[in-house]
Design a protein around this ligand. Structure first.
Ligand code: NIG
Ligand code: FE
Length: 412
């Protein structure tokens, strides 16, 4: 049995026996062991504890001396659009010159721009590009990721995206969840015929996706100018009839009603949440849905950051994710997400790390398998470079402090 023994770990981070999603004040508690060992057998965490209690190990594990370094659970990035056909830096320049995200979308830029290019890109080429991105992210410490469709917007192209995600699942060591986001925007020919496109989603896309077992979740961009809360509920209920639980884009640009719609549907998560009022916060706090915050999207669009403190103080369970996509977050670097959450949203490093590991895992229903140092969980681990403290990770935001990454017991 292949085994790896980590010794003299300066701090083993997020060590837990019970691993429910963390809400409110529990987020600030990040249990760690100083001067620790960790034993990985096959793909699994087998044992850990203080060095003073290191047991004799019969088989000969390969041993790595981690002095000065921290070991954390790998990042769990629960919201991305990693499969896309081309970058969109021309729109980035338009934004610098003063156009808003909504203005760019109204001109046929944005999601529709990505959809046009994706329609003319082969499945193999999409897979090639996405594999390169995923490989880069895993080296930056991401061990689990959710990936959405939504740049197709036709039956054929949405299925093409979901098949690419399926192929990534089959070829990458990273744990992957697939989300169907056919309701990302209305294709131009359905601009004034919403019901026509919703019928295609419900009667054509969803049955084909269910037949091919191509998705785990359903998502809708619930936003003014995109899908209304009523349309969101209709589409999600149809997805749920095929076994797809909702994970929603909610309250990004406006008080869209998306949070309350998600809560009413029993969504696994409601994501974005830049624009929240008391009613939306209370609704989320009283639900089991995870509120997934995407600080790099707010940063890139120059929007106010998500009100993380108000959410935590209201008792919400929050996760952090990258939203990696070519339009609003052209980075999937979770180290930057964690730093930005601390710097701009005033999360404590402990809160941000919990939100980007254990709660991120829960936002993909992987909370029993990933997201903490727990015996029996998969060995998805970040080994840092030598650093003075855990707070140094978000503090020194421009440095790559990830020395090595292990996914399912193997170094990548
Ligand atoms: O999560 N908000 C909707 N979807 C993406 C952006 C999509 C795009 O611009 O390509 C997001 O921000
Ligand atoms: Fe998104």
């Amino acid at each position: 049995m292949p085994a790896t023994l980590f010794t003299h770990i300066k701090q083993l981070v997020n060590v837990r026996v019970q691993t429910p999603a963390l809400r409110g004040s529990d987020l600030a508690h990040l249990p760690c062991i100083e001067d620790a060992y960790l034993l990985v057998e096959d793909d699994t965490i087998a044992a850990y504890g203080p060095m003073s209690q290191l047991p004799a190990i019969n088989h000969q594990p390969s041993t790595i001396n981690c002095s000065g370094r921290f070991v954390l659970p790998a990042w769990c990035d629960s919201h991305t659009h990693l499969v896309f056909a081309a970058s969109r830096e021309a729109e980035f320049i338009d934004k610098i010159k003063g156009l808003s995200y909504a203005e760019i979308a109204a001109r046929g830029g944005g999601i529709l721009n990505s959809a046009r290019i994706l329609a003319n890109t082969s499945e193999d080429e999409l897979f090639r590009q996405a594999s390169i991105r995923l490989d880069e992210l895993s080296r930056l410490g991401t061990g689990a990721i959710e990936i959405k469709s939504g740049y197709g917007l036709t039956v054929e192209t949405e299925l093409k995206m979901l098949r690419v995600i399926k192929r990534l699942k089959e070829t990458s060591p990273v744990s992957i969840k697939a989300t169907f986001l056919g309701a990302h925007t209305y294709p131009p020919q359905y601009k004034d015929n919403h019901q026509g496109y919703i019928d295609i989603i419900i009667n054509e896309m969803l049955p084909a996706i269910a037949r091919g077992k191509l998705a785990d979740y359903i998502d809708v961009f619930c936003e003014e100018g995109f899908f209304s809360p009523q349309e969101t509920m209709t589409i999600c209920r149809a997805g749920m009839a095929h076994g797809l639980k909702p994970k929603l884009h909610a309250n990004q640009l406006q008080l869209s009603g998306g949070t309350q719609a998600g809560v009413a549907l029993g969504a696994v998560s409601v994501d974005h949440l830049e624009t929240m009022d008391e009613a939306a916060i209370r609704s989320l706090a009283g639900s089991s849905a995870i509120g997934t915050l995407l600080p790099t999207a707010a940063f890139f669009l120059r929007m106010p950051f998500q009100p993380a403190r108000a959410l935590v103080e209201a008792g919400c369970a929050i996760a952090l994710a990258s939203d990696f996509n070519p339009g609003s977050s052209p980075s999937g670097n979770m180290n930057l997400v964690v730093a930005m959450a601390c710097i701009q949203m005033k999360l404590l490093p402990e809160e941000a790390i919990n939100a980007a590991t254990l709660n991120g895992a829960h936002a993909m229903e992987l909370g029993q398998e990933l997201g903490s140092i727990t015996i029996g969980k998969k060995a998805n681990l970040i080994l840092t470079r030598p650093i003075p403290s855990l707070a140094y990770l978000p503090y020194a935001f421009g440095s790559n402090l990830v020395e090595r990454v292990m996914i399912k017991g193997e170094w990548i």
